[in-house]
Design a protein around this ligand. Sequence first.
Ligand code: C5P
Length: 227
Amino acid sequence: DKKITIAIDGFSSTGKSTVARRLAKELEYIYVDTGAMYRAVTLYMMRKLFVSDGNFDKEAIVRHLPFISLHFEFDEELGYGHMFLNNENVEKEIRYMEVSQHVSKVSAVPEVRKMLVKQQQEMGKNRGVVMDGRDIGTVVFPDAELKLFMTASTEKRAQRRYDELKGRGDEVNFEQVLQNVKDRDYMDSTRDDSPLVMADDAIEFDNSEMGLDEQFDKIVKITKDKI
Ligand code: C5P
């Protein structure tokens, strides 16, 4: 089999990472969660800039960027890479609601995108990679052999996200999660730099009415056709 690049993009909480992780495991590919990278940069900025109203100073963000180093460390037990920010494991913290509320602002800054896109291209340069995010098929790997664009209804996505956060013991209410999903969809698809759009050659995959196994089986079939 030849090694290919698989780009999985889509709106928030469409289950991209669950599918991407499983697919990477099945194919023995590298998995890269690019959302985790944007979240880690956001966490760093939140700590440094003490932002409470979500209004970041863009120039301050750009000034701090050179002090950020990111890497993933594979966790055998969980079967996927944990996000490290300057050698600190932040995998848990980057999933908190506060980070979700700020991440779309920070990731709209072109310098932030430039830095992370470069690192992502480096991680996937030998192919054999499943990468999920918002701009993988359009910007990071426009030549990816397989591009999936995941969608699901807003309510379904908010429900899944809510269940996930609750399951981890976070104090959240459904309305708040739904609002955050809507806000991020809006900001991510209307920003100037690399907005979330479906690549012309992507396959749209609506999983509103699909369980995980059904979804995975379908995606494996699509993938095997490409390899
Ligand atoms: O995938 P996840 O929901 O964790 O991504 C968090 C946020 O990071 C997104 O809402 C988006 O603002 C940003 N992001 C991005 N480009 C990517 C991946 C994530 O702008 N490739």
